[in-house]
Design a protein around this ligand. Structure first.
Ligand code: MF3
Ligand code: CO
Ligand code: CO
Length: 277
């Protein structure tokens, strides 16, 4: 079930790869660039700006830094970022629709640096958002960090899901079950799946050297999701708001390292006062 990454084929074989220090160094660089891209978008994500414009800015930023946007050509996707607005759960496609005061949007970017993937997303608020939207985004960030906080060798992936689920449900929110976190390294979506619900003891045992994402999608209403006819955009069935945060992490001997921390300290753009349009 576990394999030294150096000996594994560079594709998803279902085996869980355990990486060494050089891989962690590679993931640090990739994570840093992805996070810097989300930092750059903070000032740009404002009233009147189209999500296509944000995608253009992100693509230029990534290419200018000698990296490659992982989502271009990925299973027919054609953009650098996903922009998931309001009741969109994930995989929203950038387009002409301008952002408007009161919108909330998740921006998810994945970059490839020297073959390593950096995958991260944050919530951005446009102007004044409703109090319940603000609360959902707070709950989602805190849920992700609680999940990351239990990571260490010897616990299972179920402990991560449990920490997220327990907190989010206490806050009267629901957890999306149709999408999960994933192993990450030279492969974009690798084993294991990281469920955002569950019980301690379920799932797979964490070992130092594993690398994966934690990326809970949390809803104000029910957990049910449907994918629109474009084949990508996932929305809540009840059209209530959905939020997501994502970090890429590695399991260390003593706990966890987050590869995608914001270089500018902009960990929660949704809680920043909006820049003037
Ligand atoms: N970045 C997303 C994730 O967290 C995947 C996007 S795939 C795309 O796994 F093709 F929609 F971009
Ligand atoms: Co992502
Ligand atoms: Co991901």
């Amino acid at each position: 079930m576990y394999i030294a990454a150096m000996e594994a084929p560079a594709r998803n074989t279902g085996q869980i790869k355990v990486y060494g220090p050089e891989a962690f160094e590679g993931m640090r660089k990739a994570g840093h660039l992805a996070a810097a891209c989300l930092d750059m978008l903070v000032a740009e994500t404002k009233d009147g700006v189209s999500t296509r414009r944000l995608d253009d800015l992100a693509r230029t930023f990534v290419l200018d830094h000698g990296a490659v946007p992982a989502c271009i050509f990925y299973r027919g996707y054609n953009h650098t970022i996903c922009t998931s607005l309001n009741h969109v759960v994930c995989h929203g496609i950038p387009g002409e629709r301008p952002l408007r005061d009161g919108d909330m949007v998740n921006i998810d970017v994945t970059v490839i640096v020297d073959g390593w993937h950096g995958d991260t997303s944050r919530m951005y608020a446009i102007g004044e958002v409703r109090r319940k939207a603000q609360r959902l985004m707070d709950v989602t960030y805190d849920a992700m960090m609680r999940g990351i906080g239990v990571i260490k060798p010897g616990v299972t992936t179920g402990a991560i899901g449990h920490a997220i689920q327990e907190f989010a449900e206490q806050q009267r929110c629901s957890i999306v079950r149709d999408f999960c976190g994933h192993g990450l390294g030279r492969v974009f979506h690798d084993a294991p799946n990281i469920l955002h619900y569950g019980k301690p003891g379920e799932g797979v045992l964490l070992k130092a050297g594993m690398m994966f994402t934690v990326e809970p999608m949390i809803n104000l209403g029910g957990s049910a999701v449907k994918v629109l006819n474009d084949g990508w955009t996932a929305v809540t069935k009840d059209k209530q708001l959905s939020a997501q945060y994502e970090h890429a992490v590695g399991v260390t001997e003593t706990g966890v390292e987050i590869f995608t921390l914001s270089p500018g300290g902009l960990h929660t753009p949704h809680s920043l006062a909006s820049a003037a349009a």
